[in-house]
Write a protein that binds this ligand. Structure first.
Ligand code: DAH
Length: 370
């Protein structure tokens, strides 16, 4: 019969000599693995007489537990030693400059974050909607009558059904997608108003930043551009709230007192509707916001039309609200002096590193927006 003490001494010696985790694991496999020496000895218990078993059973179990505990203890001490060695040899120089080799935040991203900071300080939450919209959310629910010219004014990109779908051979824009609704690339962020009002009970106070699309391209238009929508619905909301909110916003955004004027306008989804202009002047090639004799339109706004509220299941006799929508890219150009809108989306890394923002410096009302 094997001398268990000799087996134990052998493994104690080996474990003590194991210099790394790999060597230690090899010992574990040799002793305690499925076909390991101690495991095989335990398997041999079956062939023993009851008297032998009575002695050898507990002895083998004890041996197995002792070896396992020794391996565990050695493992912990090897791991501690490895960690100490790493800590002693790996030096981190925290004084090295970070440099600007990383990417930059696109000005559009920066400006959207600045807007979110300003509006969240006024209690607005951020809402989102899909870029691929249906006719209902993009137009119908926003009180655009069917066949109304305003739908064409938006230069809408209509989605063509893929081959094999019903109506695939018909010209773009005339067919319906399988769920019975024409799909469009949203022409504005206003459909997020509808999605929010359908899914949420008033009071509502949201902004909705995002991409928008119109079939238009020149020095001041790109087929894809960005808007931020705003919506406030509550009891007793009036035009004064709208004006105060937007006046506070532009002064915070341009980081100077900005004079504004509201001009009557028409949008199907607001009544009354207005456009807001900011005072500005040209200073050589650049534009100065806040002073001068000229006015520049920067956003559309108005009191939410009762039909829009009704379309979303909100009673206009109980709730009112205001909405606004503005072009982010244009506001970014105005604030940071970029001359051509198309450069924004040309993906030229020289332009991006010149006009981009340090991603580590987050916009905030306390530390400054930019
Ligand atoms: N959706 C309008 C556009 O893209 C902008 C707009 C105007 C949004 C008035 C509004 C609003 O919410 O009240 O031209």
């Amino acid at each position: 019969m094997t001398d268990l003490n000799a087996v134990k001494d052998k493994y104690i010696a080996q474990i003590g000599e194991a210099l790394d985790l790999k060597a230690l694991d090899d010992i574990r496999v040799t002793a305690l693995g499925k076909k390991g020496e101690i495991s095989m000895m335990m398997r041999g218990l079956g062939q023993m007489s009851p008297e032998e078993k009575k002695i050898m059973g507990p002895a083998l179990n004890g041996l197995k537990n002792d070896i396992a505990a020794l391996i565990d203890a050695r493992k912990t001490s090897l791991e501690d030693a490895a960690l100490d060695a790493a800590l002693a040899s790996e030096v981190m120089d925290m004084s090295l400059p970070v440099g600007r080799t990383s990417g930059t935040l696109h000005p559009v991203q920066q400006v959207m974050e600045e807007m979110a900071v300003i509006f969240s300080d006024m209690g607005f939450a951020v809402a989102e909607g899909p870029d691929i919209e249906d006719d209902f959310h993009n137009f119908t629910a926003l009180n655009f009558p069917p066949g109304h010219p305003a739908r064409d004014m938006h230069d809408t990109f209509f989605m063509v059904p893929t081959r094999g779908e019903e109506g695939a051979e018909r010209p773009t824009g005339t067919e319906k997608s399988p769920d019975g609704e024409k799909k469009v690339l949203r022409t504005h962020t206003s459909p997020v108003q509808i999605r929010t009002m359908i899914n949420q009970k008033p009071p509502i106070r949201i902004i909705a930043p995002g991409r928008t699309y119109r079939c238009d391209s020149d020095q001041t238009h790109t087929p894809m551009f960005h808007q931020v929508e705003g919506l406030v619905i509550d009891k007793d909301i009036h035009m004064g709230h709208l004006k105060g909110c937007l006046m506070d916003f532009v002064s915070a955004f341009f980081e100077t007192d900005v004079d504004v004027q509201f001009r009557p306008h028409h949008f199907p989804f607001t009544e009354p509707s207005a456009e807001m202009d900011v005072r500005y002047e040209r200073d050589g090639a650049s534009i100065k916001i806040g002073s001068g004799e000229k006015w520049m339109e920067i956003l559309g706004c108005g009191m939410v039309h009762p039909n829009v509220l009704r379309n979303c299941g909100i009673d206009p006799n109980e709730y009112q609200g205001f909405a606004f929508g503005m072009g982010v890219d244009r506001l970014a150009m105005l604030k940071y002096g970029m001359p051509d809108l198309r450069d924004m989306f040309a993906a030229d890394t020289r332009w991006l590193s010149h006009y981009g923002f340090n991603p580590l410096l987050q916009a905030s009302l306390v530390s400054g927006l930019s």
